[in-house]
Design a protein. Structure first.
Length: 205
């Protein structure tokens, strides 16, 4: 059985950069490692990604939560389970914790309700380790703005929305056996080193 490593955090925290760096570092150790993202990773989920991020669409909070859960269900069935079953490591940019923070807390739907629909969608698949990139919401938004890209539907939310999400992530981090907090304000090299240190028990186990 392979390993599922998820990377969580606010937009602008450096999740994508860390995911690619981790896959490279794991590959150097002879591990069959793959980077995937959420929502996305497979054709159906990529189409859902386009819908939920489209700033021209109005998407209700419950519909948003269900769309993310549907995309996640397809990713698990089509990519995650097959890769894990052949012993590969998957480094996944976002997973269940994103929905707990964004829809459960940020949209006010409730952590338990959002967890329930996602556990159904994933068939109960849980990460072996979650790396939470902690960053101040203001700094994260500044990084986003520096990319020069038009903000998507969620990125247009008010500052209070992202502070609520940051607070939710902090509460989720109370599960230290699975979730390890990394300081996203450090250099990419330093963040990658923190991440590898947080995986050392899995690498040596």
């Amino acid at each position: 059985m392979g390993r599922l490593i998820t990377i969580e955090g606010l937009d602008g925290a450096g999740k994508t950069t860390l995911a690619s760096g981790l896959v490279a570092a794991l590959s150097e150790r002879g591990i069959d490692a793959h980077a995937l993202r959420e929502p996305g990773g497979v054709a159906l989920a990529e189409r859902v990604r386009a819908v939920v991020k489209d700033p021209e669409l109005r998407v209700g909070a419950r519909a948003e939560a269900l769309l993310y859960a549907a995309a996640r269900a397809q990713l698990v069935e089509e990519a995650l389970r097959p890769l894990l079953d052949v012993g590969a490591w998957v480094v996944l940019d976002r997973f269940l914790d994103s929905s707990l923070a964004y829809q459960g807390a940020g949209r006010g739907l409730g952590i338990d309700a959002v967890r329930a629909i996602n556990l159904f969608g994933t068939g109960g698949l849980q990460p072996d380790r979650t790396l939470l990139l902690r960053i101040d919401p203001v700094q994260g938004r500044a990084r986003q703005a520096g990319r020069g890209e038009a903000p998507d539907r969620l990125e247009r939310e008010a500052d209070a929305f992202f502070q609520t999400i940051a607070d939710a992530y902090a509460q989720l981090a109370a599960e230290p056996q699975r979730i390890r907090v990394l300081h996203a304000s450090a250099s990419p090299e330093r963040v990658a080193a923190q991440a590898l240190a947080a995986l050392e028990d899995l690498l040596s186990g």
